[in-house]
Design a binder for this molecule. Structure first.
Ligand SMILES: C[S@@+](CC[C@H](N)C(=O)[O-])C[C@H]1O[C@@H](n2cnc3c(N)ncnc32)[C@H](O)[C@@H]1O
Length: 250
């Protein structure tokens, strides 16, 4: 039986309580819970990233959808609105536990405000989701299990530049997406040595690297900037523009 790498709970930041709370807020927080009273208008436009990226697929129902690096699952749940079967995969055990637990009911967490100050909040799924169409599993996007089969839609948001060898995922994508199927990739292109050794960064621009890696199997339909906002404390936010690209499998 093939063995898969186990997340290193001591060093993986995505296993920490701090990032779990940050991502529950990022994916499920209301604008009142995320934004300060003094927020400039641009901050509001950057909310709901995990919903907005899923809207780049064409409309209409499909059979199978895969969400890679799904974190605490908001995009996976959104994708399930138009898919018979949706699988969310992430390397973080604590993120996947939280994503699955949300199907059972609201999940309490502590938003960091500053120092020792926390606010108790509840993450809850939005209304109107279909029942029982989502499955979550831990897995490594660079070594996906061989029996995943193929999908009509594959979504991977802000994942590529968190992988040690992102090329391994790009090489697997042609086998994951059905002919005529769609792929939505988003990446803030924040290449950092602590996640990806510099020798595995793109040589030129990230978009050129995507085009040269995917171009013989996928047609690039369009690209755009998709802003997102992650609240770290009551006074500190990450505002980032992710490079979003939409591809059709040839
Ligand atoms: C920057 S977060 C983005 C999460 C989510 N897609 C979003 O846009 O909010 C990167 C995610 O990738 C996951 N991740 C990191 N390495 C991974 C790997 N090798 N396989 C699958 N997921 C991985 C992390 O656990 C984390 O949930």
């Amino acid at each position: 039986m093939e063995s898969f790498p186990t997340p290193d709970l001591s060093t993986n930041p995505y296993e920490t309580e701090r990032l779990l709370a940050e991502y529950l807020l990022f994916h499920y927080g209301t604008s009142d819970e995320i934004l300060p009273a003094s927020a400039p208008p641009g901050m509001k436009d950057a909310l709901d990233f995990a919903v907005r990226t899923t809207r780049h697929f064409s409309t209409g129902p499909v059979a199978r959808t895969l969400d890679l690096g799904c974190a605490v699952g908001r995009s996976t749940y959104e994708l399930s609105r138009h898919s018979e079967e949706t699988i969310g995969i992430d390397f973080s055990q604590s993120f996947i536990r939280a994503a699955a637990a949300l199907a059972e009911g609201p999940l309490p967490y502590q938003r960091l405000d500053e120092a020792h100050l926390r606010t108790s909040l509840l993450a809850r799924l939005p209304a109107g989701l279909p029942d029982g169409k989502v499955a979550f599993e831990t897995g490594d996007a660079m070594h996906l299990r061989p029996d995943l089969s193929t999908f009509d839609r594959v979504h991977a948001a802000n994942l590529l530049c968190r992988l040690t060898e992102p090329q391994l995922l790009l090489d697997r994508l042609p086998d994951l997406v059905k002919p005529g199927g769609e792929l939505v990739l988003a990446t803030p292109c924040t290449w950092l040595g602590e996640y990806t050794p510099p020798e595995n960064w793109p040589e030129g621009s990230t978009l050129e690297w995507l085009e040269s890696s995917l171009g013989s199997h996928f047609e690039l339909l369009r690209q755009s900037d998709e802003p997102f906002l992650i609240r770290e404390t009551a006074r500190k936010f990450q505002w980032t523009a992710s490079l979003l690209s939409v591809w059709r499998r040839l």
